[in-house]
Design a binder for this molecule. Sequence first.
Ligand SMILES: [Zn+2]
Length: 295
Amino acid sequence: MQKESKIIKALVFHGELSVAVLDTTALVQEAIDRHKLTPVAAAALGRTMTAAAYLCSWLKEEGSSLFVTVDGDGVGGRISVSGDGALHLRGNVANPGADLPLRGDGKLDVSGFVGKHGTFTVVRDDGEGIPYVGTSELVSGEIAEDLSAYFLTSEQRPTAVALGVRVTAEGVCPGAGGVFLQPLPGASGEAVSFAEEKIPLFVNISRLIAEKGADGVMEEYFGTRGEARPVCFRCRCSRERAASAVQSLGREDAFALIEECGAINVHCHDCNTDYTFDKEEAEEIFRQRDDGLRG
Ligand SMILES: [Zn+2]
């Protein structure tokens, strides 16, 4: 069985820097399996999910939610990831089957897939009124630099980011994860320099995660153990929610659709699951609603 994904956080550099190390191998593998992603699509969605997991780790309430959208001009189309304070994430990419040849250096062409022009948007909903929306221009389409630019321009928090996802041609992810270094308010210039100098050590973060795990990386590079929390792929969809979508069509339209197609199919893009309702099941949905209205 594959080990679960996790985030480990600690304070380093005299408590001036927050460091996070993420192992998202299992999370990315589940995204590959659910969406039948090509290796380059897996790298792009996997990096975005890793970034979103980090952003979610700052949410104060478990029920708070967060949405990350990377809308670039590459072949992959829009990448959408959402998660919550419990570190449950799900996501999708518009063209999961889009493929690109490897770059000259043998790496996956993530920026070709994402595109170099477009926007990186974060919507954060703490459930207390108006959600916070922050957006910035894409810098490279490699995700890590784009997230860094987002932090700087939209949240005024310079954050050093390394992200990496390894995927074999057969669709197996041996290692995925990231390292994030964020100065706390009032941090010294030395702390910021320390963060900037550390990040190049993680140019092969996916390999480091595959070899040492997040705990090993934290101990070896930051000399501390930190606090770990599990991260997992979990969708919000369910058959009950799909049934209420059928209900919201209204009886007339729902049965017209069944007449035409034989059944109603409700598709969840986030986890690539289909919920199908035949005529009898639709009857039951509307009977329950009518009973509910009478009750
Ligand atoms: Zn779903």
